[in-house]
Design a protein around this ligand. Structure first.
Ligand code: NAP
Ligand code: MG
Length: 402
């Protein structure tokens, strides 16, 4: 069989622990036999990040800006225990955080739908994609534990020295204070990412905040989305027959659990954190979810939504059998290959990505799956496979399709 030829390399970001093991098996079994794979390889494994003082993470993000499409393996975000375990020079930042701040993106997460692995919410017929703003709000806050009685004020000092001052509260005893911010620039890029993604995937876009209570902060999000929609996207949405819909966050939650799905739900940073865990858990597992970071200028980084599955890796190191779900990592590869194919006009690559996903779904629907899915499957005859055999079973299905 002739392998599919690629023009532009994918930016390949290797990672850590169990997902690094899966990464290699996926490439060997599911990609390399079929695609004449071109990648620019960056080893984001923690040891190599440490050797390069994390320069490799920055380089991989810059390469993504250059080439436009990356595929990323899950990586360890160091904490105190990892400092000792890997003898690190310093506690490096989360690679995802570094890459996000360089690409200035929004993270989109969609459950992968498989018959026999059914959402707990019975009305959900189609996946709901979460679009999470990944800048500011409570994730970049300043807090004060108020010790006792006193006056709290919000003060902004402009460059020319003029002040805007608002009373927050006159405390008559101990309490708490929090200062948060966002910027028009970041909200605008968040809005454009969401509108572009809606156009790309031909789905309605919902956005929700609490603008009735937060008349300046949340209202600014609402206003910026509305302005960008009307001036830049309305015509395109009309052409595609899709809608932009704004509502209050509590109304959105109530509607989402009664909806059929098949739309994008854009959320502010904190809402997105909470709601994406709710949607993914209701759909079964973090390993059954795709995740892609999209920058406002159309750069894409595909990844799995879960971590490095440390507990399974330690079992693997002891020589014990593991049954780790590789679906999200396989879909990171298929997503990246499809996007590369689309951008370079290589139909064969797009077709291969479709078939790889179909083979993965067929495998599970035929009853062959990893342990996490066995626990929740409603299929009659199920076989629990180990990590390697599951990928090999997908290869058999893939060969049937090709
Ligand atoms: P995790 O890797 O997401 O795993 C937590 C648990 O969820 C696992 O122990 C396993 O449960 C289950 N699980 C997750 N993915 C699975 C899969 N593919 N197949 C089967 N079960 C799966 O989180 P963690 O163990 O707390 O974190 C490990 C490392 O990942 C940390 O160092 C963290 O910094 C990093 N992390 C990276 C990313 C990223 O790069 N995107 C995201 C999150 C965390 P059972 O043990 O019950 O089987
Ligand atoms: Mg969370």
């Amino acid at each position: 069989m002739e392998k599919i030829i690629m023009n532009t390399p994918l930016v390949e970001m290797d990672g850590d622990e169990m997902t690094r093991i899966l990464w290699k098996i996926i490439k060997d079994e599911l990609i390399l036999p079929f695609v004449d794979l071109k990648t620019e390889y960056y080893d984001l494994g923690l040891e190599h990040r440490n050797e390069t003082d994390d320069q490799v993470t920055f380089d991989s993000a810059e390469a993504t800006k250059k080439y436009g499409v990356a595929v990323k393996c899950a990586t360890i975000t160091p904490n105190a225990a990892r400092m000792d375990e890997y003898n690190l020079k310093k506690m490096y930042k989360s690679p995802n955080g570094t890459i996000r701040s360089i690409l200035d993106g929004t993270v989109f997460r969609t459950p992968i739908k498989v018959n026999g692995i059914d959402p707990n919410v019975k009305t959900w017929k189609k996946p709901i994609t979460l679009a999470r703003h990944a800048y500011g709000d409570v994730y970049k806050n300043t807090e004060i534990r108020v010790p006792g009685a006193g006056k709290a004020e919000l003060v902004f000092t402009a460059e020319d020295g003029t002040e805007i001052r608002e009373l927050i509260h006159e405390f008559d005893g101990p309490g708490i204070l929090q200062g948060i911010h966002n910027t028009d620039k970041s909200i605008e890029s968040f809005a454009r990412c969401c509108f572009n993604y809606a156009c790309d995937t031909k789905q309605d876009l919902w956005f929700a905040t609490k603008d009735t209570i937060s008349k300046k902060y949340d209202h600014t999000f609402k206003d910026i989305f509305q302005r960008i929609f009307e001036t830049e996207y309305k015509e395109k949405f009309d052409e595609l027959g899709i809608e932009y819909f704004y509502t209050l966050i509590d109304d959105a939650v109530a509607r989402v659990v009664k909806a059929e799905g098949g739309f994008i739900w854009a959320c502010k940073n904190y809402d997105g954190d909470v709601m994406s865990d709710m949607v993914s858990s209701a759909c079964g597992s973090l390993a059954m979810m795709t995740s892609v970071l999209v920058s406002p200028d159309g750069k894409y980084e595909y990844e799995a939504a879960h971590g490095t599955v440390q507990r399974h890796y330690y079992k693997h190191l002891k020589g014990e059998e593991t049954s780790t779900n590789s679906v999200a990592t396989i879909f990171a590869w298929s997503g990246a290959l499809r996007k590369r194919g689309e951008l370079d006009g290589i139909e064969g690559l797009v077709d291969f990505a479709d078939k790889l996903e179909k083979a993965t779904i067929n495998t599970i629907e035929s009853g062959k799956m990893t342990g996490d899915l066995c626990l929740m499957s409603t299929l009659p005859n199920i076989t629990k496979l180990n990590s390697t055999d599951f990928i090999k079973a997908i290869r058999e299905e893939l060969e049937k399709l090709i």
